[in-house]
Design a protein around this ligand. Structure first.
Ligand SMILES: NC(=O)c1ccc[n+]([C@@H]2O[C@H](COP(=O)([O-])OP(=O)(O)OC[C@H]3O[C@@H](n4cnc5c(N)ncnc54)[C@H](OP(=O)(O)O)[C@@H]3O)[C@@H](O)[C@H]2O)c1
Length: 250
């Protein structure tokens, strides 16, 4: 089985890549950091094919995919659209416009670019599986999630619309919507390298771990082909829905 995972240089993507290799799959893993991809190549060996590019750049994405052998590019069994990031947690009026643009480029444009490249091969074979990593931020608003949450709402609706387009085809789509997850670089990236602030997000909380997400992905992949899990929303037990805020004397 050939599995293309975007964003394998850390977090969920890395764990999914490790577990997929353990299961005997061939993994094509992407990211922007060549040194991290080199480390993974050393760790994972011949069944790991690294591709270094910025997913927000459509021509870089196309060029990277073209370096794959034809028999692999035309035979991706599972595409896991995991690469993504949050930048900043300020209210919209204080947010940095370049952060917003980077999130839109990566989380939405990047995800649709690579899907557009791979999906026709899956449809031609009448076999394939697209797993998109969205977020509960796409389902429920929270302070400072403004554009990040909006990009994830896009991912969720794109997943559902893909399913609608794929009627009559044996190509499956699942949208995974995780809540608070630790053990990744997510908050370090969100807070622009302020690791102390990032660490505080996870203090005294039993959060979801990359291993948990990877287990879910493997469970999905191992479902019989006549079953499509449309969406999987998952939170740590410690997290639940926020109440709606009421401000008195406004
Ligand atoms: N952690 C959470 O609480 C949480 C919750 C819900 C959803 N998610 C989503 O889960 C996914 C994985 O997050 P994570 O927590 O594992 O974060 P992470 O540790 O920061 O991993 C993000 C991955 O995405 C890649 N990436 C980011 N921007 C990229 C770009 N422009 N081009 C190519 N690759 C890029 C990174 O690689 P490079 O830096 O090498 O490019 C990295 O491999 C993201 O989509 C995130 O939004 C996370």
């Amino acid at each position: 089985m050939n599995i293309l995972i975007t964003g394998v240089t850390s977090g969920f993507g890395k764990q999914i890549a490790v577990d997929c290799i353990k299961n005997g799959f061939t993994v094509i893993g992407t990211g922007r950091r060549q040194n991290k991809l080199d480390e993974l190549k050393n760790e994972l060996g011949d069944n790991f094919i690294p591709l270094c590019f910025d997913i927000g750049d459509i021509s870089a994405t196309k060029m990277a995919l073209q370096t794959l052998p034809n028999d692999i590019l035309a035979n991706i069994d599972v595409l896991i659209n995991n690469a993504g990031l949050a930048l900043g947690l300020e209210s919209a009026d204080k947010a940095d416009i370049s952060d917003w643009q980077a999130m839109i480029n990566t989380n939405t444009l990047g995800l649709v670019n690579i899907t557009h490249e791979i999906l026709p091969f899956m449809v031609a074979k009448n076999d394939g599986y697209v797993i998109n990593i969205s977020s509960t931020a796409g389902n429920y608003p929270y302070f400072g999630a403004n554009v990040y949450g909006a990009t994830k709402a896009f991912v969720t609706q794109f997943s559902l619309n893909l399913r609608a387009d794929l009627i009559g085809k044996k190509v499956r789509v699942t949208n995974i919507e995780p809540g608070l997850c630790g053990g990744t670089e997510f908050s370090n990236v969100r807070f622009h390298g302020d690791d102390d602030r990032a660490g505080k997000v996870y203090e005294n909380v039993e959060f979801i771990r990359p291993e948990d997400i990877s287990n879910m992905v493997l469970w999905l992949i191992n479902q019989p082909k006549h079953i499509n899990i449309n969406r999987l929303e998952v939170m740590p037990t410690a997290q639940t829905f926020a109440g709606l805020t009421v401000v008195k004397d406004l």
